[in-house]
Design a protein around this ligand. Structure first.
Ligand SMILES: Nc1ncnc2c1ncn2[C@@H]1O[C@H](COP(=O)(O)OP(=O)(O)OP(=O)(O)O)[C@@H](O)[C@H]1O
Ligand SMILES: [Mg+2]
Length: 414
């Protein structure tokens, strides 16, 4: 009998820590009930630099979300930065034990696919089956119950950097939080922003964070390509600071309050006040100039994204276009600039199938944390299945992201 479940997602970004708490009702409806955000002190390049500061920042973000939700959380799903994982393809194969494919056969085939030579610092985070083959019959997404003697699986493995992830987990423990599972952020984003159809036909998620832009291509329901570009929203802020001669914090405020990704849409006569450095008097500057600075840098980001997609051979193939997310995706007219530069459809990612504080989590900065909660809730809803598998094998750290129930039933954790 289904019951109410509360889950929390924690996105440890380089600039801000985001926490989202959600409640799943017995009928399956998911309400976002709390959100918290706090500057990510003690983090750099997706890793912990100063554990004390990191723990304090985590607590602040979580407490803000707890206050809003009116409950305490002790367990979280965590997002690992794309900087610390890599993906590659692997194949596994097994003899089917009975007359038809059962859980135990699927598990055995996936275990074999998982058995790859890994560096001492690597750990398998996810196994993403792309296709099963039963006695040579290809393209099977759900093999259970199919009669045959030989089962193959073609899967993507997602390997994470173990020391980085263990340090993140240790900081969470010190912040009185148990990490239930670690998801790589693109999978969390996909959970939140992509429809099963777009994941199938091909779509790129472009997450423009603070120092980096993550590009992840989904095809045939699974991650097909990832790249991390060393450019992000903080570069825009630095340009504003340098061109308009204003402190970094003021440049950030100007960007958020008056910035747009297209300069020609603003009134050419509109003036904004730019605070001076060292207490000097504010100066009037045309808003169009501010937006030109922003447009130039955002355009550069999209050119680099276009180069990356071309290099990986996805420029023409993405029928689902580009989904924009991360804090910088809040800029007005960013979709238009993306479409113009990338020459493909672009949209800002909107969380799907949610209730409650929907308007709050529509802010792109919350997409990863929201996706984590959804992934976590799906994981719990499959517990009956995990139990069945646990009887066969002991509990392991990796998550299986199954292809066939994308959007409708989720992955199994074993
Ligand atoms: N309203 C806004 N308009 C423009 N830019 C914004 C806005 N809000 C946030 N940003 C920018 O978004 C960036 C932070 O985005 P986000 O919170 O997604 O990053 P992060 O997850 O902390 O970092 P990363 O993903 O790189 O580790 C910063 O550069 C910030 O200036
Ligand atoms: Mg981020």
């Amino acid at each position: 009998m289904a019951r109410e479940v509360i889950a929390a997602g924690l996105d440890l970004g380089d600039s801000r820590i985001k926490c989202v708490i959600a409640l799943r009702h017995a009928d399956g409806q998911v309400d976002v009930i709390g959100t918290g955000v706090h500057p990510a002190n003690g983090f750099q390049n997706g890793a912990v630099q100063n554990p004390d500061e990191a723990v304090a920042s985590i607590r602040k973000a979580v407490e803000e979300a707890e206050l809003m939700a009116g409950c305490e959380i002790h367990e979280v799903y965590l997002a690992a930065s794309s900087r610390h994982f890599e993906t590659f393809d692997s194949t596994g194969m097994t003899r089917i034990v009975g007359e038809q494919v059962a859980d135990v056969d699927v598990r055995a085939a996936i275990d074999m696919a998982e058995a790859v030579r890994m560096g001492p610092d690597q750990r398998v985070l996810h196994v993403v089956p792309q296709e099963f083959v039963v006695d040579g019959q290809r393209g099977i997404k759900q093999p259970l119950g199919i009669p045959g003697v030989r089962l193959e699986v073609h899967a993507h493995l997602v390997l994470g950097n173990a020391p980085v992830i263990e340090t993140l987990e240790a900081c969470c423990r010190r912040a009185r939080l148990t990490v239930l599972d670690v998801f790589v952020s693109p999978l969390a984003l996909a959970e939140c922003l992509l429809t099963p159809q777009s994941r199938d036909v091909g779509v790129a998620v472009v997450d423009i964070g603070s120092d980096t832009t993550d590009v992840v291509v989904f095809e045939r329901g699974a991650i097909a390509h990832t790249a991390v570009l060393a450019i992000g929203g903080d570069h825009i802020t630095a340009d504003i600071r340098d061109c308009l001669n204003t402190p970094t914090a003021e440049a950030e405020n100007l960007k958020r309050a008056h910035g747009t990704a297209l300069a020609h849409v603003v009134d050419p006569d509109e003036i904004v006040e730019v605070p001076g450095v060292g207490g000097r008097r504010p100066r009037p500057v045309k808003r169009a100039l501010l937006c030109e600075i922003i447009e130039a840098r955002v355009e550069e980001i999209f050119r680099l994204v276009a180069d990356e997609l071309s290099r990986a051979g996805y420029r023409e193939d993405l029928a689902g276009g580009v989904i924009l997310t991360g804090g910088t995706a809040s800029l007005h007219y960013i979709e238009e600039l993306a479409e113009h530069t990338l020459q493909m459809p672009a949209a800002r990612g909107i969380p799907r199938d949610l209730h409650g504080l929907v308007d709050v989590v529509a802010d792109p900065k919350y997409a990863s944390a929201t996706g984590l909660v959804l992934a976590g809730l799906r994981e719990r809803s499959r517990d009956w299945h995990s139990e069945k598998l646990r009887r066969v094998r002991p509990v392991r750290r990796s998550s299986l992201w199954w292809l066939w129930p994308w959007g409708g039933g989720g992955e199994k954790r074993v």
